[in-house]
Design a protein around this ligand. Sequence first.
Ligand SMILES: [Zn+2]
Length: 179
Amino acid sequence: MIRIRLGRRTYVGGGRETTAAHPFLERELTGWDPTMSDREVYDAARGWWRLSERALREKYAVVVGEGTVRMVVEIDRWAENGDRRGFAGTVLEPGHPVHDALVGEPDPVPTGSRNPVAYFRHPAEAGTCRCGCGDTVAAGEWAQGHDQRALHELLNEDFDGSVSRFLDWYHHHRAADAT
Ligand SMILES: [Zn+2]
C-alpha cells in the first residue's frame, strides 16, 4: 500500500500552480482539514507526487491527515504530469475490510521522514505478492520472479542500475553496523 500524508489544507490556484488545471485532476484544495468533504480529500490525495514505478502496482492509497488515516482509495488508473504522477480510483466505504482495518487508525508509517509518500505492507494483503502486483501467492511472499524484479527496480531507482554502487553502499553500511 502507498501511504500519502497530506499537509495543511491550502488553496491551489491563483495562477501559481498550473497543475490545478490538469484535466485528470481539477481541484481547489490540497492538504487536509476536518471541514473538507470526502470528494475534496480524495482530490487532494490524488496528486501530484514523485513516485517510482513501484507505485503503479500498488492497489491501495492510504490517505493520512494530522496523523490519522482518513480515507483509503482503491487505485484503478494513473496519469503523468511532468515528472509527477497522479491516480484515480474508488474511495472505500465502511464494511470493506481494508477500510475498516485502516480508517481512523494512526498513520501506518509514522516515520520522521518529510517525504509524504511511503510504502508499507498491511496484514490485509497477506497471501498476495510483496511487490504490490496483487497476485495471489500460495506460499512465501513473492510471485515467481517478482523478488528479482523488485531488486532490479531498487538498483535502477536508487543506484542508477549499478551493482557496484549498490555493493559499495551495502558494504559501507554493513561495516558501520558492525562497529
Ligand atoms: Zn508481484
